[in-house]
Design a protein around this ligand. Structure first.
Ligand SMILES: Nc1ncnc2c1ncn2[C@@H]1O[C@H](COP(=O)(O)OP(=O)(O)O)[C@@H](O)[C@H]1O
Ligand SMILES: [Mg+2]
Length: 345
């Protein structure tokens, strides 16, 4: 490509950016505002300097009697030349400063806007993914209802459809709850913390999920019998446990095992959920905590949810000042450990 074409392509790109990208427009606006501010200061300073020196040059003049008119003329010319030179120097310096300031403002504005742009893009992607997730169960229900209306369904078929509807509605409710939870986290609202016994919460959560595990033919074991205190939010910690235990059951095999245990390691309470399930491949391990990430869409459709469970876990761990450790082997199982700062009773 010729340099001319290259340049015109670049300008065309900038024009598209200007139309479609509000951040590019904001960047240019900031650059213009900074530059205009500096320009105003420069004009004031330059005028002050010019009038001060111009006056000085004039008052330095002395006349010495003879050939007064001629020497006065020469002197006036010298004065004018000095003034012109001063003006030229001032204009050059001003131009240079404005050029530098504009460049610096443009780069600074870009740096300032970058994190805002990133979070804006993240929110946009979140909305798109959420809409996509909501669409699937809605489509299933729509097709079902249309089929019911079209043919003469038997009472048994009606019952089956109603059950399917209920299942879809339940998964929609769960999804909406998860979305609301994540939105709450994004709004940086303060969460209420208190001293809680995570041992007791874990024990209760395991009991609550026993039936779910039994339906999926997974042996859910509880190795927690003591109290362990952390500074936390009770309903968040319950939610974290529910999500992790559900995964350990969902991604398991018939007659597999899921074990919940707690211990203290280096002033930290370590909550461990281990399973003998499918495991997670190395390449997926760093992504499973991303919003809407599902390792295997086909498998997840029968087992899990919308890919928000671990994103919520990560959010809760972060807000509690904790850390997550994950070990997994394909076909063998997964072990997730959450470390909370410990509070001794
Ligand atoms: N204990 C586990 N064993 C195997 N795979 C898991 C486990 N926990 C999570 N995963 C994988 O990580 C993905 C993300 O998990 P999660 O955020 O809970 O979403 P989902 O709604 O799909 O359960 C899941 O789709 C699943 O493939
Ligand atoms: Mg899950």
């Amino acid at each position: 490509m010729t340099p001319m074409k290259n340049i015109s392509k670049r300008f065309a790109g900038l024009a598209i950016d200007f139309r479609n990208n509000p951040f590019f427009r904001a960047r240019l606006k900031l650059t213009a505002v900074y530059s205009a501010g500096v320009l105003a200061l420069l004009v004031v300073f330059s005028l002050a300097i010019y009038s001060f020196f111009a006056k000085n040059i004039t008052s330095n003049l002395e006349y010495d009697g003879q050939d007064q008119e001629e020497s006065q003329n020469i002197e006036l010319q010298v004065i004018q030349r000095a003034k012109d030179q001063l003006l030229a120097v001032l204009l050059t310096v001003d131009g240079l400063v404005i050029f530098l300031v504009a460049g610096m403002s443009y780069s600074l504005a870009g740096k300032t806007l970058r994190p805002i742009e990133a979070s804006y893009k993240k929110q946009k992607k979140f909305m798109a993914d959420a809409a996509h997730e909501l669409r699937t169960p809605l489509a299933v229900m729509k097709t079902g209802a249309e089929a019911l209306l079209m043919g003469r369904a038997s009472e048994k078929e009606y019952e089956k459809f109603t059950r399917d509807f209920l299942e879809e509605i339940n998964s929609l409710s769960a999804l909406v709850n998860d979305l609301l939870f994540l939105v709450r986290g994004d709004s940086l609202k303060k969460i209420e913390f208190e001293k809680i016994d995570i041992g007791l919460i874990a024990k209760k959560q395991v009991e609550l999920m026993r039936k779910y595990a039994k339906n999926k033919q997974v042996n859910l074991e509880n190795e927690v019998n003591e109290s362990f205190y952390i500074q936390g939010n009770k309903s968040d910690v319950k939610r974290l446990l529910a999500n992790l235990i559900k995964n350990a059951i969902d991604y398991n095999r018939p007659d597999g095992k899921a074990v919940v245990s707690l211990s203290v390691e280096k002033n930290q309470v370590a909550l461990k959920i281990a399973d003998s399930g499918t495991g997670i491949a190395e390449k997926d391990l760093s992504h499973v905590f991303d919003r809407f990430y599902k390792v295997d869409a086909a498998r997840t459709k029968t087992a899990g949810g919308s890919g928000l469970g671990l994103a919520i876990v990560k959010e809760i761990v972060n807000s509690h000042g904790g850390k997550i450790g994950i070990k997994s082997e394909l076909g063998k199982g997964t072990e997730i450990t959450i470390f909370f700062p410990s509070v001794f009773s």
